[in-house]
Design a binder for this molecule. Structure first.
Ligand code: SAM
Length: 215
């Protein structure tokens, strides 16, 4: 990594994450070890540590670093979990999750993105992310149950189909809302009841597929 990128990477950790309240040491360490510039198109590598999402082709985006860290923090991972991510995109969030959990299963519906993510994850030496091309709006039933499900595309409502693939005490983190702005919600099963926690407004591209948006 060039010195400029190294400095930008460290600035991202301090200014965008720590100063905004990301405090989980494991999340900060994971965000430090994953080279975000490898997950963006080559011509955007010098912007990889900027405070915003970036285009990754096919009208899709890699999420803002803060949002990736916030989702990981909300997931409260200890290292032993089996995680499902819906919306692989660039593979970056899956890569960060792979440093925080035992196994990550990630689904992407656009073939070019799925292939590119697979290649990048292999290039950076990540072996505990399992990718699948397809509609992730109804989860990955063959691999369920999961400790955590992370959704990185906006869903119109809390997806019962995905909740059904959680282990007891499992949690789902997803941007929920019909509008351009959604709310990042964590839904956790505690002793048979669902507990919701809200992490503020966010802006994600819309989920397609059977349980996504139809318009
Ligand atoms: N997590 C990604 C990253 O780290 O780069 C960013 C995800 S991007 C904001 C949302 C992704 O969800 C897009 O790549 C999009 O193609 C994918 N997506 C949308 N609907 C989907 C569906 N039904 N099944 C699987 N992937 C879907």
């Amino acid at each position: 990594m060039s010195e400029d990128l190294e400095k930008a990477h460290e600035r991202m950790i301090v200014e965008q994450l720590q100063r905004r309240g990301i405090a989980d040491r494991r999340v900060l360490a994971a965000m430090r070890t994953v080279p975000r510039h490898r997950f963006v198109p080559v011509e955007l590598a010098d912007q990889a540590y900027d405070d915003n999402p970036l285009p990754i082709g096919e009208s899709q985006t890699i999420s803002q670093p803060y949002m990736v860290a916030l989702i990981c923090e909300a997931a409260t991972l200890t290292g032993s979990e089996k995680v499902l991510e819906v919306g692989t995109g660039s593979g970056y969030q899956a890569a960060v999750l792979s440093r925080l959990a035992a196994e990550v299963y990630s689904i992407e519906c656009i073939e070019q993105l799925c292939n590119r993510a697979r290649q990048v994850l292999q290039n950076v030496g990540i072996t505990n992310v399992h990718l699948r091309l397809g509609d992730g709006s109804f989860g990955w039933p063959e691999e369920a149950p999961f400790d955590v499900i992370v959704v990185t595309a906006a869903m119109p409502c809390v997806p019962a189909m995905l909740l059904g693939q959680l282990k007891p005490e499992g949690r789902l983190i997803a941007p929920i809302g019909e509008q351009e702005l959604q709310t990042l919600v964590s839904i956790r099963r505690v002793k048979g009841h669902w507990q919701e926690e809200y992490f503020g407004e966010c802006r994600f591209v819309r989920m397609t597929g059977r349980y996504g948006f139809t318009d």
